[in-house]
Design a protein around this ligand. Structure first.
Ligand code: SAH
Length: 357
């Protein structure tokens, strides 16, 4: 399995049910054991073999030895007093840390997960990219962010957004395995319709994703109405022209019928003028889409500023005049203020003596 090279053992939590069953058959375990273990891992969300109380002790010991379990451990969490948002910092097997966010909405509980440790896409306003990419996350490490949060909060998670640290399409195979396990009816069985994947826009991956046969909502981090401005904020725009990205995105709609989401972070003086709103309206006109406006969350390493409220409102009004569906993203957990990747970044800065980053 890709990205498993740093481990000597099979990552049992990343196996599909039939792969787990084959694996158990090979070591002469009866078929019902695969069912039990898969259920413990993906439904009862066991964090260790010792919790698997209907397995005999000698089998638990064998499994521990043969398939060391990937389980994240909580390092820290910040709890919002105002809206119930919780930001988690989790430790991985190799001591690297990642962050995930639990959010409560009226339609259900949502978890925002990371797909990589760090990120190499280099978006200028983003904290996650500052130390570069350290490694991809395994399917089990993506799943376990949701599993641990559900176990820690005792609340059912119904929605998942792949919008934390990392570029999911830069870790495509592991992402797909994660999504198939997450939507598996033998597992947590989260509906693909309740999952959103957010990408900075890699055309061939968008097209491949369209062909996977999963009705997942795709969000494109657009952040600019044309390629010139986009290049200033997102190095990925130097590689792929906006026209090419938009064609792939439109193709995603044609193949899946899923309404497209555009994310647009408003950066003071860069992309938040009336002319930009008009140009953006023209760009997305005619698409079945929704635009999410996000006043940029300033990070201390860069001197980008948030657009003033009035400008954000004007920008929205211009889009509405052009009959574009638009919302201003509600800021969750504003009192535990930490933009994407900042909780992890501040932890790494404080613990830099530990040899990471
Ligand atoms: N790599 C993927 C997903 C992770 S980023 C992507 O690019 O979509 C999730 C979203 O948060 C993206 O839209 C990203 O551009 C945005 N984002 C990152 N840092 C931000 C910040 N400081 N303020 C506002 N939005 C930010």
């Amino acid at each position: 399995m890709k990205e498993c090279e740093w481990m000597d053992n099979i990552d049992i939590k990343s196996l599909y049910f039939n792969e787990l069953a084959d694996e158990f058959t090979n070591i002469n375990l009866p078929a019902f054991r695969a069912k039990q273990v898969y259920e413990w891992l993906h439904v009862k969300l066991a964090g260790s073999y010792d919790e698997m109380s209907n397995l005999p002790k000698n089998l638990r010991e064998l499994l521990k030895e043969k398939y060391p379990l990937i389980t994240l451990s909580e390092v820290n969490s910040l709890h919002s007093e105002t809206d119930g948002t919780i930001k988690y910092l989790f430790r991985l097997k190799d001591d690297r840390v990642i962050e995930s966010v639990f959010m409560k909405y009226h339609h259900g509980n949502s978890v925002c997960i990371s797909s990589q440790v760090g990120c190499q896409m280099g978006c200028k306003f983003c904290a996650s990219t500052i130390g570069g990419k350290e490694r991809d996350l395994l399917p089990s490490e993506m799943l376990d962010q949701i599993y641990r949060i559900q176990a820690l909060t005792g609340e059912r998670v119904s929605n998942v957004v792949v919008m934390g640290t990392g570029e999911p399409f830069d870790n495509y195979d592991n992402l797909m395995r994660f999504l198939r396990l997450l939507t598996d009816s033998r597992g947590l069985n989260i509906s693909a319709r309740n999952i959103t994947v957010s990408t900075c826009g890699i055309p061939d991956k968008i097209r491949a994703f369209a062909k996977e046969g999963m009705p997942i909502t795709l969000a494109l981090s657009l952040h600019a109405p044309d390629n010139e401005i986009r290049k200033k904020l997102m190095p990925v725009a130097l590689k792929y022209d906006l026209k090419e990205v938009m064609e792939a995105f439109q193709y995603y709609y044609e193949e899946t019928g899923r309404r497209l989401t555009f994310e647009y972070s408003l950066v003071d003086g860069v992309n938040d003028e009336e002319e930009h709103a008009k140009k953006l309206s023209a760009l997305v006109k005619g698409l079945n889409c929704h635009v999410n406006l996000i006043p940029v969350n300033p990070i201390k390493e860069r001197n980008y500023r948030k657009s003033e409220n009035k400008k954000v409102q004007n920008f929205k009004n211009t889009l509405e005049k052009n009959r574009i569906n638009v919302t201003i993203r509600r800021e969750m957990g504003a009192d535990i203020d930490a933009a994407c990747g900042q909780l992890r970044k501040s932890y790494i800065d404080k613990n830099s003596g530990m040899g990471r980053n």
